[in-house]
Ligand binder design. Sequence first.
Ligand SMILES: Nc1nc2c(ncn2[C@@H]2O[C@H](COP(=O)(O)OP(=O)(O)OP(=O)(O)O)[C@@H](O)[C@H]2O)c(=O)[nH]1
Ligand SMILES: [Mg+2]
Ligand SMILES: [Zn+2]
Length: 335
Amino acid sequence: MGKHISGRFLSGICFLCVKSCSKSTRWMDGRSFLRGRQKEHMQGKVIKGIGGFYYVHDGIGRIYECKARGIFRNRNVKLLVGDNVEFEILNEEEGLGNVTEILPRKNVLARPSAANVEQAVIMFACREPEPNFGLLDRFLIRMDLQDLPVVLVFGKADLADEAARQALRDIYRNTGYPMLFLSTQTGEGMEQFSELLEGKTTILAGPSGVGKTSLRNLFVKESEGETGALSRKLMRGKHTTRHTEIFRVRENTYLLDTPGFTALTLSEAESQNCREYFPEFMPFWNECRFQGCVHMEEPGCRIKQAVEEGAISPERYASYRQLYLETKEMEKRKY
Ligand SMILES: Nc1nc2c(ncn2[C@@H]2O[C@H](COP(=O)(O)OP(=O)(O)OP(=O)(O)O)[C@@H](O)[C@H]2O)c(=O)[nH]1
Ligand SMILES: [Mg+2]
Ligand SMILES: [Zn+2]
């Protein structure tokens, strides 16, 4: 790969990897990172992986471009963004290294794949692009399945009037997910967002073009990830994020920016028990007339009644139906 180390050895190590070398010192915390340095068995964090290279931050101020040793391939283990690793330095000057060991993981997240994540922010835009609730609910289920606490964030709040916001609140009001409206344009919601990041490693996930990278840029000033206006045809950001990358917001506080999704299918196993992942269905558990009611066409269904009464939103129930039908379809295809 290209050079990614600035001429100014002490102050200008590039963290954006290969992009612009004199820019970033964002992991530096003032300590001299050369003092008392152990050349072997260094520890660090994988902040990004591209094409077989892993960018490992040493926790002090330097990024090493590393390869993973063959042992991982033999063990069939893949390094993930967020992994804490041991690595050896091959060339200090050029910042090259070799990852030798993965330290124990707290958890592993699939799609977007990452390790050691503590919280998920599911981000959609109030408008542009319009939220796709089917997709949003799949995200929620996926995170629940992975036992990750979720905060639901609606960005581009500057484009939504009070009525539009209330409509969104209504859809998710009985789900129990904390909800936040924010705008990178007006600054609305930024303080609350900052608070909810405090002391955690948070993954920022959602469709393309909703403003994830714009939000990240506000919290990690030096990173200046490119963002893009939506192309009208695809409704995707022009500078769409292609790789998951972890950023340090402040001490013990990290944010993972991820590539946007346009679709997300749950596996059969994942969607099979989807009923259980609609928290607002829970109060009516076992109250349907028929035992084993799947809340589709059965008479005396308490869930459908709850939709009529307004305790469950029609959008959420529609999501449920869609998932249910898809699961049936998958089962049919198997035989
Ligand atoms: N009106 C408005 N536009 C915004 C806001 N935040 C971001 N945008 C715009 O939305 C577009 C897409 O922003 P990005 O930050 O690239 O979106 P993203 O979610 O990172 O997209 P991917 O990387 O493709 O997943 C850009 O043109 C931004 O300027 C906001 O709060 N309000
Ligand atoms: Mg992005
Ligand atoms: Zn029912």
